[in-house]
Design a protein around this ligand. Structure first.
Ligand code: CU
Length: 143
């Protein structure tokens, strides 16, 4: 299926189900393409989670060394069991997807916590590619 036809079909499918796809953020940084970025509205100011997918089309792996947000004091990567991860490696020609119930970016100590409909800025610093700031749409929990 060619790209134009895939896009037309996707539009048709989303129109058919009557519910628009929830908003998501994307960005490009060198060989890295980031998409499907969003955050859930935190239930308390103490912590919340953000998600995105990073695809690396390059021939060398890259690693997210650090994440930060002006809205939260802390930002770190967690595995599915909330275990702390030291950096996030994106393999050459591969991708890493953060999603609910799996690896996520844990943000802590919001001031104040973002609400559904807000945009949450998150900056990722990579070992090779540099830094990129995502403007993640904040969704109501579970959407
Ligand atoms: Cu966590």
């Amino acid at each position: 299926m060619n790209t134009r036809r895939a896009v037309a079909l996707a539009a048709l499918l989303s129109a058919g189900c009557g519910k628009p796809a929830p908003p998501a953020a994307s960005a490009t940084l060198g060989d890295l393409k980031i998409d499907n970025g969003f955050a859930y509205e935190p239930i308390t100011d103490a912590s919340g989670a953000a998600y995105f997918r990073i695809h690396n089309s390059g021939s060398v792996a890259d690693t997210v060394l650090e994440a930060s947000s002006p809205a939260a004091k802390g930002a770190s990567f967690h595995g599915s069991s909330m275990s702390h991860m030291e950096g996030l490696e994106i393999p050459a020609g591969g991708e890493v997807e953060l999603k609910p119930g799996a690896t996520h970016l844990m943000l802590t100590d919001f001031s104040p916590a973002p609400k559904a409909g807000d945009s949450l800025s998150v900056t990722l610093r990579f070992a090779r590619a540099g830094s990129v700031t995502l403007h993640l749409p904040v969704r109501r929990y579970g959407e």
